[in-house]
Design a protein around this ligand. Sequence first.
Ligand SMILES: Cc1cc2nc3c(=O)[nH]c(=O)nc-3n(C[C@H](O)[C@H](O)[C@H](O)COP(=O)(O)OP(=O)(O)OC[C@H]3O[C@@H](n4cnc5c(N)ncnc54)[C@H](O)[C@@H]3O)c2cc1C
Ligand code: FES
Length: 263
Amino acid sequence: MPQYQEKTIVTRVEHLSDENVRLTLKAPQIASACKPGQFVMIRAALGKDPLLRRPFSIHQADSSGHIQVYFKIVGRGTDLLAHLKVGEEVSVLGPLGKAFTIDKDRPVCLVGGGLGIAPMLYLAKEISRSKTGSTNGDLVILGGRTKGEVEPVMADFDEIGIRTLATTDDGSYGTKGFVTELLKSSDLPANTQVYACGPEPMMGAVSLWCEEQKLACQVSVESVMACGMGACLGCSRPVGDGKYVHVCLDGPVFDARELKWNS
Ligand SMILES: Cc1cc2nc3c(=O)[nH]c(=O)nc-3n(C[C@H](O)[C@H](O)[C@H](O)COP(=O)(O)OP(=O)(O)OC[C@H]3O[C@@H](n4cnc5c(N)ncnc54)[C@H](O)[C@@H]3O)c2cc1C
Ligand code: FES
């Protein structure tokens, strides 16, 4: 699979809430090679602070050569990225990691929690593009702590035409509660493929519920990453029996049954 270290140009910076930013980058090589679920490593600054690139899921990619990332400002790297201006140059490495597997003949349920929403937009678009039949049975569930995490991206999901439900912990947008509650009450067909990305406890809960219901579930997981390419051993994750996987190479997308979850 081709990977590029590309000098990209910032074409749009959207501050969707106080903490959440969406960055559009002109990255023709990466945009033409990437698939939903893959990620990029972005160098936040030209100097040595911070030295390491930061990993971000690909939020959208289009045929005009643009990619988007949707992120939360949590530290120095994301703060620098949030202050980029249109026309500035940013070094991006990607696409990296394993993508989601799409079966165009199955109903799907996409579950995104918090910034786990980021890869779900690209995935939903690709599913809608690849399906020849109806998407009536398909469902997207988006959840966040509060309105600012979910509401700004709802219009993008609505445009795709897949039924999309929102939930927030504080009830400020959509229903009040967790994505898992909506998932459990949604009466999914037996052959539904569930896709999930979000905080670890959320993905653990989704994975265990899918296992009980005998529903296939793919998850995109996060870990601290230094290289993103299998060289630093920084991203290992237990899979049980004392064995580990590299999230950057073996993931970030896994069949949920492959991973060990704390119940
Ligand atoms: C494959 C992958 C895809 C990701 N996709 C996205 C995305 O689409 N949108 C998004 O907002 N974030 C995403 N992340 C997390 C993102 O990489 C981190 O938020 C970012 O690296 C923080 O950089 P920083 O310099 O701002 O923060 P730092 O100064 O490095 O850290 C600030 C705080 O954030 C915590 N933190 C740092 N990295 C992570 C991490 N990977 N997971 C949880 N907490 C972390 C630190 O422990 C610390 O408390 C992804 C991570 C991975 C591994
Ligand atoms: S991030 Fe370096 S090995 Fe995975």
